[in-house]
Design a protein around this ligand. Sequence first.
Ligand code: C2O
Length: 496
Amino acid sequence: SVGPITELHISDSHISLDGYRRPAVVASGTFPGPILKGNKGDQFVVTVVNHLTDPEMLTDTTIHWHGIEQKGFNWADGPAFVTQCPITTGDSFQYNFTVAHQAGTFWYHSHLATQSCDGLRGPFIVYDPHDPHKQLYDVDNDYTVITLAEWYHTLSRHQPIGTPPIPDATVINGLGRYKGGPASDLSVIHVEYGKRYRMRLIAMSCDPTFMFSIDNHDMTIIEVEGTNVKPHTINQIQILPGQRYSFVLNAKQPIDNYWIRATPNLGNSGFEGGINSAILRYRGARKAEPKSTQQRRWNLLRESDLRPLNPVPAPGKPRRGGADVSHYLAMSVDVEALFYINNATFTPPNVPVLLQMLSGARPAQDLLPHGSVIPLPRDAAVEVTLPGGLVAGPHPFHMHGHTFAVVRSAGSNTSNYDNPLWRDTVNIGGEGESVTIRFQTDNPGPWLFHCHIDWHLDLGLAVVFAEDIRGTIQSTRPSEEWTTLCPKYNNVHNGK
Ligand code: C2O
């Protein structure tokens, strides 16, 4: 069915999320941008209109629909120089795709250099009218979204290259406070005693990983990045940039205010004066800041404990080496802080990879950028192993075009081929750890696979899987709005 028909107007404006005013790139005037929503099966038609003019930030843009597989719609995926050229100022681009099989918690963001760190991010929710959790849970409210992000007082262009920028504030649903700043408004999540809420948690940060909790309340995880999971109750979530969870919160504590806490692994990790916080407010409670204190016994979410509600086995034979194609992605960093995967640093090419594939002119191994494009055959079970322990972690790796089976989670020494968790953004773990994922090549196109710390992507921590080149040529219906040679952005870092 034809679902939401939307326009997203991208502009620069001065906003104050934490009491400090700065210019930002925003979608339809706000941070986060408006919640885009629809139902499973819907056709989404989103016209992105570029009104950007501030030369201090990039004036071009693109939008990526994070977690949407874009099966059959590779051209609408959004990453600049992979599937399209940037949308230049004054121009617009219509994304038109059907979300046939997915439902759950997703988001959208700029996919041009580090523009999303200057603001351009928003939630994207796909409802399932036949959600299997309706039988499991009598949820009273399915509309609460909690976005976590960091905020900088320095524009991304003026951030140092090679040392991680230090965030000034954590913003929850676009509001927060910074050290030494005013007691500006915090976000309030309203609940009513006795009701059950499905809350959707989205980490939209450019860099920090957050420890998330709500004082005095457990959270029952029911969905991970579009995969429904067996209800699993915890009280603390480590969430990396790009990751999402749905949890059920049972509002049955005494009527009061409770702190919602998101401790970042970078910058100020304290809670004095409402820093790194939002408020859970029961109906009937005073309009005051909470006096609650943190749980004493942590029950941290572990990825390897999560089981899908409807298990889908990992593709390929259930053992090591049982996939059709295996890739080990060795990672390193050089003295200039550029990142390498199998000795190549990803530098955006002038001609988007999709257009290179469609032209059919190059042998697969010559696709640009050299060494960063990995061809994959069609109908193959692909296994990818990523070693942990890379500096400046934890690193979340995000796959475009696929949801993948996590056959071995970081920090776990057992593999699970039978009922693995499927997701699109995974923690590769620390020293001595590694993660192994699998997916089936059933979606022709160029799919970016990258660290979702935007500063690291910008410094080359990415590859492109060129999946089924012949199938791509046969099945892609190019947009009329395409241009074929993008303006030169080579070696642009932090939008400089
Ligand atoms: Cu959320 Cu490549 O992106």
